[in-house]
Design a protein around this ligand. Structure first.
Ligand SMILES: Cc1cc2nc3c(=O)[nH]c(=O)nc-3n(C[C@H](O)[C@H](O)[C@H](O)COP(=O)(O)OP(=O)(O)OC[C@H]3O[C@@H](n4cnc5c(N)ncnc54)[C@H](O)[C@@H]3O)c2cc1C
Length: 467
């Protein structure tokens, strides 16, 4: 493959959400971009199977899109989700607001539409070439060389700088880590969650409308497992069941069910009748979809270093895949692109001795501490979503946190709000959240209603923790 090296060219491996946004960011800075993507062009071929069909876009992800002037177009793709709507069979639906301000909203968006839109915007710069059905098979960092499978033929591409946005199973990450085994900060942690997921659908009604409240993220929490549903613009909902991959045979409890016990229609129907009897009639093609759609695995990846020499850097899920329970994986990857946008000089201003190695290390320094933090908070949030949302103690503390925020808006913001609606670094949200936990434990020790919350004591604790 021939490269025109008279222009500053950056090679990207992976044209998913992060790769496509990164290509646009770099092209707007004047770089020439080649993106190698293993899948066909998702604007022409439906390739959604197995990947979440929609996802939650939040303020952190919106910021770089806004700065690139894309939000006017993207707004048309969004459905606002203003609260959690908790469904417990036989009980009235329970609304749990995400925040207290009108701006405290998250948005459901189609993964494919957003990805396709970002690809088109990147191409419109005239500086980005997407090479679809070009699967990276080997990364040779010593020779600045990629091997690609194209129509079953091996094609070699030479790169100047490589950015790996090839997702959680990143080959670029593996190559970087292989070169860095003796690095002082070497880390290669890949924690597979013991829960997996399966996507189902609630179709629109005959008038093309949503069958459930469309401005909410719906949750059916059931202790050790849960279902969530996010709205789509066509009136449907994407429904995701999160369940242990394998059960513990020694434990015969009802909520110990797992994917490995749902092997035929009878078992599936009993499981849904027992746990989701009010939801079940809404789900279309339950049996077919359940046994046709793949089971998705979920993992947390924490690794270091993220770069090799002045040659290669990883970003997005390739560097920091997180489990989806805070709805922040893509948002976090978009923040990576935002930082690149802020710190990388324009191609025209790039000196011939620009220190790429230092630049890559700066990106890692600023981002890793934050991606590690959101990884931990995402795991915690799974327990909150599937179980805590049903507990009186959790709900009281949530109300009290809102109350403290109303009393002292400049000094206190609940952790969920810090993560979802603010731009404060994730690591700060994690740290402050720990302090908030201690405060709320103390404040809620002897009360059972938010009206009993002691304002003077709350202020004293804010002073004590210097908030
Ligand atoms: C069930 C679920 C729900 C989620 N919900 C949310 C949510 O609500 N909000 C949120 O912010 N995040 C969410 N996420 C996380 C989000 O999907 C990811 O963080 C995001 O997709 C990361 O983007 P990426 O471009 O880094 O990786 P990916 O989206 O995985 O893209 C990687 C790209 O690289 C390509 N590729 C991979 N290997 C190769 C190769 N060898 N050669 C060439 N190309 C290759 C792939 O085809 C793909 O196009 C969710 C994830 C899951 C699984």
């Amino acid at each position: 493959m021939n490269n025109n090296h008279t222009q500053k060219t950056i090679t990207l491996a992976g044209g998913g959400l992060v790769g496509s946004l990164l290509a646009l960011v770099l092209a707007r800075k004047g770089y020439q971009i080649d993106v190698f993507e293993s899948r066909p062009d998702l604007r022409k071929v439906d390739i959604s199977a197995g990947k979440s069909i929609n996802l939650a876009l939040a303020n952190r992800g919106i910021k770089p899109l806004q700065e690139l002037g894309l939000m006017n177009d993207i707004e048309k793709m969004l459905i606002a989700m203003r609260c959690r709507l908790i469904h417990v069979d036989g009980q009235a639906d329970n609304f749990q607001a995400y925040g207290q301000g009108a701006h405290e909203v998250i948005y459901s968006i189609s993964r494919g539409e957003l990805n396709g839109y970002l690809m088109t915007q990147a191409e419109l710069t005239g500086k980005v070439n997407f090479y679809f059905e070009h699967r990276l098979t080997e990364v040779d960092l010593a020779k600045n060389q990629l091997s690609l499978n194209v129509n079953n033929k091996n094609v070699i591409h030479h790169f100047q700088q490589l950015m790996g946005t090839d997702g959680a199973n990143s080959l670029v990450r593996k190559a970087i880590l292989k070169q860095n085994k003796s690095h002082t900060n070497y880390q290669n942690d890949e924690q597979l969650l013991d829960h997996s997921y399966k996507e189902l659908v609630i179709k629109a009604n005959t008038k093309g409308q949503h069958k459930l409240d469309k401005n909410a993220l719906h949750i059916w929490p059931r202790g050790n497992f849960m279902i969530i549903a996010l709205p789509n613009l066509d009136g449907s909902f994407t429904v995701t069941l999160f369940l242990p991959a394998k059960g513990l045979k020694s434990n015969a409890q009802k909520d110990n069910i797992s994917f490995s016990e749902l092997l035929n229609n009878e078992q599936l129907n009993i499981f849904f009748d027992d746990n989701f009897s009010e939801l079940k009639p809404f789900i279309n093609n339950l049996e077919d979809d359940f046994f046709t759609n793949p089971i998705g695995r979920l993992a947390t990846i924490k690794c270091a270093p993220w770069s090799f020499s002045n040659k290669a850097l990883i970003l997005g899920d390739a560097a920091h895949a997180v489990v989806p329970f805070h709805g922040q994986g893509m948002n976090c990857g978009f923040e990576d692109c935002d930082l690149i946008n802020q710190l990388l000089p324009n191609a025209n201003d790039l000196s011939s001795d620009f220190d790429w190695q230092q630049f890559f290390q700066t990106i890692e320094q600023q981002r890793k501490i934050n991606s590690d933090a959101i990884a931990d908070m995402a795991i915690e949030n799974y327990i909150e979503m599937r179980s805590s949302v049903l507990q009186a103690d959790f709900l009281l503390k949530k109300q009290c946190a809102f109350k403290i925020q109303q009393w002292f808006p400049k000094r206190f913001s609940p952790r969920y709000a810090m993560v979802m609606f603010e731009h404060r670094p994730y690591c700060e949200a994690l740290k402050l959240g720990e302090i908030h936990k201690e405060m709320l434990n103390e404040l809620c020790d002897n009360i059972n209603d938010v009206e009993q919350l002691n304002r003077v004591m709350a202020e004293k604790l804010l002073d004590k923790y210097q908030l």
